[in-house]
Design a protein around this ligand. Structure first.
Ligand code: FEO
Ligand code: CA
Ligand code: CA
Ligand code: CA
Length: 603
């Protein structure tokens, strides 16, 4: 049996065929059921969702938009109840609102205060109870006392750590610099060992506005924070919230931008609790925040800064995990943040971001640890960190291993390659495996190697590198999120954006071998409907269920990518997944995968 298992890999499922159509697909022997959709009620006081009759107050009672991170917190020993924690990363106004076409909407003229407030209400996160019936099927417990919407519109948060109360965090609405309303662009995240939910604030720069444009229509960036704003890409003017809410207009409120780009900790067991923005973990375009308890009891959090040529970070807490949950909730308030430098000889050096050490001094523009953290990117630049090909999920696994998804970077030019980012014009991405020595995640030096280089292995110029049992269906492009299952195995989900035309494949979930002769072999398990990317993934502890988030179905790279026609009722979309009902737009939704025979996912 040992030989047979090795020959077929450790994943005992029949590989799904790749492709791209209007529905989702899962490997034979499994069910993939829609669990919750944008607009589904989380509370008893709202009825069925009607996209033609939306309001911000109504959206706050319903599941938000563009589900990304999914975490599961068990509520009972029998595995039948739990809380799902789901991020709502961003909004697509052209798919949410009838008559708002992205092409027509370039000047945001149609984006009224009422629509902007719905967008803000649809951002953030949802926490809600789910339950498993005797047939093994999961459903949402609407009206559970745990259910909660965290939003950009009305959820008050506190700020802690070295930057809390700093002058650069003070605004007209918050002269103390310690209280922020809302969180945004929450991409991936993490669950802590003490059962809290981490929401990563990623592309915050896109939400900030200025009316000062140059002759080319580009923002004019000046003033004392110009270097910081430029390094973070703010103001991005992706949304026009700044036309309706002064705090998003940098001309009127220069410091609000410094209050985003952090890791937010939420206690899902207490729906009345106040989320905390932890400045000790640094400010950048956090993709996620995945935790592991080190051998010495300290908690280590890995996080990627998802931008071309940006960095990978780890945070090591000062304190150690204990049985005191309230004390554990303070562990992310104090510790040391490190940034990665990858050496050609396979060493990975973790450089500490500590004020007063090395170049991080007042002479170089860092007057305090608060400056180092508010301008984490500038501090990491000064330390000489290694510019990576867009670090997405960074996931610690077993045996001291940590997997980093590098999604792509077509701006890396010939001559800019290095050992850890070996391809110029990296359209398909790669995965780096980092190894902590003696499983010490706090160590200052790791080793690293490349697990796979993504793309079609049959096309020589792609330069792909896969394990030996990767079929035409099993290779993928643009790894984004990942999970380690109960058996320590790696699962990777993809986000190709509008590039799926280059691969002919929808985004999906792949099972990737990390050990032995088959290391780097990949098998397709699930695929998305057209135009969607796949987020999550997250397993229940007994591995009987797997949660997957299908984000923005029917949009990326489809004929409707430019938006539905003005005044339309969502006509002729590329897909109406998952409802397939006339008049209902495609809806971002969370899917739960179970095995028909009730066994463990992936065998
Ligand atoms: Fe929101 Fe890095 O993907
Ligand atoms: Ca992502
Ligand atoms: Ca993950
Ligand atoms: Ca993504």
């Amino acid at each position: 049996p040992g030989t047979a298992r090795a020959a077929n890999g450790s994943f005992a499922f029949a590989e799904l065929e790749s492709g791209n159509d209007e529905r989702h697909h899962v490997a034979e022997g499994y069910d993939a059921d829609v669990l919750i959709r944008w607009g589904d009620p989380l509370f008893d006081d709202v009825g069925p969702f009607d996209p033609q009759n939306q309001s911000a107050a109504d959206q706050l009672r319903r599941f938000g938009y563009n589900n990304d991170y999914v975490g599961f917190l068990p509520l009972s020993e029998d595995g039948k109840r739990g809380l799902l924690c789901v991020n709502h990363e961003y909004t697509n106004e052209e798919v949410m609102f009838p008559g708002i076409g992205r092409q027509d909407n370039k000047d945001f003229a149609d984006m009224t205060r009422a629509l902007v407030d719905i967008e803000m209400a649809a951002h953030g996160g949802s926490v809600f109870e789910i339950a498993r019936d005797d047939a093994g099927k999961w459903s949402v417990v609407a009206g559970s006392r745990y259910n909660r919407r965290i939003s950009m519109l009305d959820t008050e948060m506190t700020v802690d750590g070295p930057a809390a109360g700093h002058a650069r965090l003070k605004t007209a609405a918050d002269p103390e610099g310690t209280r922020v309303i809302g969180t945004l662009n929450n991409c991936a995240g993490g669950m802590t060992p003490w059962g809290t939910y981490l929401m990563a604030e990623e592309n915050f720069h896109g939400y900030f506005w200025t009316d000062k444009l140059n002759a080319d229509g580009k923002p004019v960036i000046e003033g004392p924070q110009a270097a910081s704003l430029k390094r973070y890409g703010a103001p991005g003017r992706w949304y026009n919230w700044g036309q309706h809410h002064d705090r998003f207009n940098l001309d009127k409120e220069p410091n609000e931008v410094n209050r985003f780009g952090w890791i937010v900790e939420v206690d899902p067991l207490d729906p009345a609790s106040t989320p905390v923005k932890h400045t000790a973990l640094g400010r950048f375009r956090h993709e996620g925040a995945e935790a592991i308890v080190n051998g010495d009891g300290r908690v280590v959090i890995y996080s990627g800064d998802d931008a071309r040529f940006d960095y990978v970070y780890k945070f090591v807490s000062s304190g150690t995990v204990s049985d005191d949950r309230e004390a554990n909730k303070k562990l992310l308030s104090e510790g040391t943040l490190y940034v990665g430098r990858f050496h050609e000889d396979g060493r990975l050096e973790w450089l500490p971001l500590i004020h007063g050490e090395g170049p991080l001094t007042a002479e170089n523009g860092f007057a305090s640890q608060a400056d180092v953290l508010i301008d984490t990117r500038l501090a990491a630049d000064a330390l000489g960190a290694t510019p990576m090909d867009r670090p997405e999920d960074v996931q610690p696994g077993e045996k001291g291993r940590v997997y980093m998804m590098l999604t792509n970077n077509t701006r890396r030019k010939e001559g800019q390659e290095d050992a850890a980012n070996p391809r110029a014009d990296n359209a398909f991405g790669h995965i780096v495996e980092m190894v902590a020595p003696q499983e010490d995640h706090a160590a200052r030096e790791f080793t690293w190697s490349i697990l796979v280089k993504c793309g079609d292995p049959r096309i020589a110029e792609v330069g792909a590198q896969w394990g030996p049992e990767t079929s035409e269906h099993g290779w993928f492009a643009s790894p984004d999120n990942c999970a380690i299952d109960a058996a320590g195995r790696l699962w990777v989900s993809t986000d190709q954006g509008s590039n799926w035309g280059k691969t002919g494949k929808s985004d999906g979930l792949y099972a990737v071998e990390t050990e032995g002769a088959l290391r780097g072999s990949s098998k397709l398990f699930f695929r998305c409907p057209v135009g969607g990317e796949l987020c999550g993934p997250y397993f229940t502890p007994d591995q009987s269920a797997l949660f997957l988030a299908v984000q923005h179905p029917g949009t990326d790279g489809t004929k409707n990518f430019k938006g539905f026609e003005r005044n339309s009722t969502f006509e002729d979309p590329a897909t109406r997944w998952p409802d397939f009902v006339e008049g209902m737009p495609p809806r971002p939704s969370v899917v739960v995968v179970t095995r028909k025979d009730g066994g463990k996912i992936g065998g």
